[in-house]
Design a protein around this ligand. Structure first.
Ligand code: GDP
Ligand code: IMO
Ligand code: MG
Length: 426
């Protein structure tokens, strides 16, 4: 079998968690391939909301395997909290979580370094989630990191202390002092004890053997393509490859074994943290969209910046990922607007190319106006039939990007999904 990949095409929070949960019955294995607890993936069913950070979004389904891949960075403290929370919620798939021995660990000092680095940047700060993601990936590429597989080594404690000391010297350079290191270290060690309860595996072997046996796998992306370390709006990006190639390096899947690529897009755009956002709506309109879409971060609770759909950026993401099917989420949110706009090109920039370096000042979006739609609950149950205005909006996007929209999500609940095309699921 080939592995399918599901990822965000914008600046994250596109609704990946909801759609992975919805797709999980069709797969044997769900696997996270990059990012870490900077992610906040929301699932809703039976009237309850769940937010996942490190654990894949298939965890509420029994008999499904959920893998945390080598490309993920794990904070044992967050991991333990998540496990405790999932236990209290009786998540059916808790017994089937497997962790790659090659996944790197986030240390308490990585979080301090994240905070120190952000503070030193002042106005130019990235707007990091302060979960230690950047420093942990820096140690990975700098070949200093600690990995899940190291936990069983006899000198693990010494390796941990040595790295903490190294970080302490860096923190001194930043003149950044931790409140109570002893507490942070003991919480971290409790997290390590929790991690030890799970199987640590050679995930690349497990995954390739499973695919060879005919098992199906869905790789779950975190963040979004415009936050990719190579292709995103650098330096206002995260520290991993959020694009499809990240599924290969983050799980050990050869490119020839990638099958369908599901690209998730909101019907509009949001961004949390700093960096350019050409279609951002300042003022009342932006606030209205934020309230209508309940656009507050699932991890940090920060208000998300909101704006119209950016089709040039979408084309760029689709190109980078080889998206085969588009899934549009939050189509219901635009119901409260009188008209809907979409950016179709950028002025003064040969039309539609994402420049290597851009700011809100040097990109002027050219908009096209669309009639708004009303999605009532009655219409939502009318599977496959959308209000004509929404169909027009979707058809326009499909023509622009040359990829079909196969699913439209019209609410946060697992059931609030309209399948548009039989090609997605047979
Ligand atoms: P993720 O990081 O991509 O998994 O997305 P988040 O969970 O951070 O943010 C998406 C938010 O939108 C969550 O609060 C979801 O419950 C919610 N959501 C997902 N799909 C829809 C939808 O179609 N309509 C509405 N109104 N909310 C949605
Ligand atoms: P999910 O998986 C939205 C953003 C941060 C910041 C930048 C760098 O829920 O879509 P980092 O902590 O990675 O160093 O922050 O990336 N960011 C996200 N924005 N959704 C996410 O994840 C994000 N993960 C990181 O806000 O701008
Ligand atoms: Mg999120």
């Amino acid at each position: 079998m080939k592995a399918d990949v599901l990822l965000g095409l914008q600046w994250g929070d596109e609704g990946k968690g909801k759609i992975v949960d919805f797709f999980t019955p069709h797969y044997d294995i769900i696997a996270r391939f990059q990012g870490g607890p900077n992610a906040g993936h929301t699932l809703e069913f039976d009237g309850t909301r769940h937010v996942l950070h490190t654990i894949p979004s298939g965890v509420f389904h029994a008999d499904k395997v959920n893998i945390i891949g080598n490309g993920v960075v794990i904070d044992p403290v967050v991991f333990k909290k998540e496990i405790d929370d999932l236990e209290s919620r009786n998540a059916a798939g808790l017994g089937n979580i497997l962790i790659s021995k090659r996944a790197h660990l986030i240390l308490p000092t990585h979080k301090l370094l994240d905070a120190a680095s952000e503070k030193s940047k002042g106005e130019e700060k990235i707007g990091s989630t302060l979960r230690g993601i950047g420093p942990a990936y820096m140690d990975k590429t700098g070949r200093n990191g600690l990995r899940v597989g190291d936990i069983s080594l006899p000198d693990f404690d010494k390796r941990f202390s040595d790295l903490v000391q190294k970080h302490s010297r860096l923190l001194e350079m930043y003149r950044y002092h931790a409140a109570d290191m002893d507490v942070l270290v003991s919480e971290w060690k409790a997290g390590i004890e929790c991690l030890k309860k799970f199987s640590h595996i050679d995930a690349e072997h497990y995954i390739n053997a499973s695919l060879a046996e005919g098992k199906t796998l869905l790789a779950e992306g975190a963040q979004g393509s415009l936050l990719d370390i190579d292709f995103g709006s650098y330096p206002f990006v995260t520290s991993s490859n959020t694009t499809c190639a990240g599924a290969c390096t983050g799980l050990g899947i050869p490119p020839s074994r990638i099958g369908r690529v599901f690209g998730i897009m909101k019907a509009y755009c949001t961004r949390v943290g700093g960096g350019p956002f050409p279609t951002e709506l300042a003022g009342d309109m932006g606030n209205e969209l934020r309230e209508a879409g309940k656009e507050y971060g699932a991890t940090t609770g920060r208000p998300r910046r909101c704006g119209w759909l950016d089709i040039p950026a979408l084309k760029y993401s689709i190109m980078l990922n080889g998206v085969t099917e588009l899934i549009m989420t939050k189509a219901d949110v635009l119901s409260s607007f009188d008209k809907v706009m979409a950016c179709i090109s950028y002025r003064d920039n040969s039309g539609a190319i994402m420049p290597v370096s851009f700011s809100n000042n040097n990109i002027l979006p050219v908009y096209r106006e669309f009639a708004a739609w009303k999605l009532t609950n009655e219409k939502m149950n009318f599977a496959g039939k959308l209000p004509p205005e929404l169909s027009t909006y979707i058809r326009f996007i499909e023509e622009q990007v040359n990829v079909p929209v196969t699913i439209v999500s019209v609410g946060p609940e697992r059931s609030q999904v309209i399948k548009l095309s039989k090609s997605a699921w047979v």
